[in-house]
Design a protein around this ligand. Structure first.
Ligand code: FER
Length: 306
């Protein structure tokens, strides 16, 4: 009896530790997600805009802006054993004899490699910025961040499931071991961490913070836009960021002040602040939607690779 109790306790403790480390994998369901989105927003004095809003039309195709090219890129994933597809934006004037820094943009829980392109209109934002001379010419990779053999966007009733969320956690190794090396082999990239940035929206914001701050040897520019509850514990992320201080060039955090998930970003911001890690903290007036993500891409893209 005693032994049995002890082993049950051990199992319980191990399970608890496991759940804490991977809360995002095991603890996901639609009811919980609804409750998270419905949380009341409580704003502090420093939860304010860091930038003036972009000019009207910044995310629309403009007659004066040369367009980059968006193409599919497939690579072999060591995580899923399948070939997976990312979308790649190549800047207007792309020249294979030059070398470019690379920004990786990660999508949300229901999205795929088309979300940044189609829903957020990232190519239009980037085309306009480049035409205005406001960004460094760069290559932008928009992967599928759901590292599952079937990585299609799930039907609505399967979005908030442990299986779908687990694919987002598994993407860490896919990104580091398969995608980044494949991109660096196929495109004329600058292959050091000072020339590699990561950013993501919502579930992808959590991934970008988790993977980026955990791997300063891979990414020196890190952004979470409206990061979701898959975000690791803020104290852990801030400690990683503090440790990476010499390498990290920018930590960028944003959220809308009408987004029920803002407590996630606020938690990370406050830990970064309290642990003395300089960062951008931009709270705009939007909800959990493309308006916030397009604007924050506009701001973040101008700051990287400088
Ligand atoms: C949750 C609420 C939202 C959650 C994830 C999300 C993992 C992600 C939203 C998105 O990517 O848009 O409780 O749990």
């Amino acid at each position: 009896m005693k032994i049995r109790f002890a082993s049950t306790l051990t199992v319980a403790v191990l399970c608890t530790l496991g759940a804490a480390a991977h809360a995002q994998d095991t603890d996901v369901n639609a009811e919980k997600a609804r409750a998270n989105f419905a949380r009341p927003v409580v704003l502090a004095a420093d939860d304010v805009r860091a930038f003036a809003p972009p000019p009207a039309g910044f995310a629309d195709a403009q007659p004066g802006s040369a367009q980059g090219k968006v193409e599919p890129f497939t690579y072999a994933s060591s995580v899923t054993g399948t070939r997976r597809t990312a979308m790649v934006w190549l800047p207007a004037g792309y020249d294979k004899s030059r070398r470019y820094p690379v920004l990786y943009l990660l999508h949300g829980i229901g999205g795929n490699q088309d979300e940044w392109r189609g829903y957020v209109r990232a190519p239009q934002v980037l085309d306009n910025l480049l035409a205005a001379g406001k960004i460094v010419p760069m290559i932008v990779v928009m992967p599928n961040g759901r590292a599952l053999a079937d990585d299609r966007s799930p039907p609505e009733n399967k979005v908030f499931t442990p299986e779908n969320a687990a694919g987002f956690a598994r993407f860490e190794r896919d990104l580091l071991d398969s995608l980044v090396p494949a991109v660096d082999a196929a495109y004329p990239t600058l292959k050091d961490s000072a020339h590699r940035a990561i950013g993501g929206l919502s579930m992808g914001g959590g991934q970008a913070l988790n993977f980026g701050l955990g791997h300063p040897e891979a990414f020196n520019w890190v952004a979470g836009f409206s990061p979701a509850p898959n975000t690791e514990a803020p104290a852990k992320l801030a400690a990683e960021a503090a440790q990476a201080k010499g390498k990290l060039k920018l930590v960028y955090l944003s959220c809308g002040n009408r987004d029920g998930l803002i407590n996630v970003a606020q938690g990370v911001h406050r830990q970064l602040r309290d642990q003395g890690v300089a960062h951008v903290w931009n709270v705009d007036g939007y909800g959990h939607d493309r308006d916030s993500w397009a604007e924050n891409l506009y701001h973040y893209a101008q700051l990287i690779f400088r």
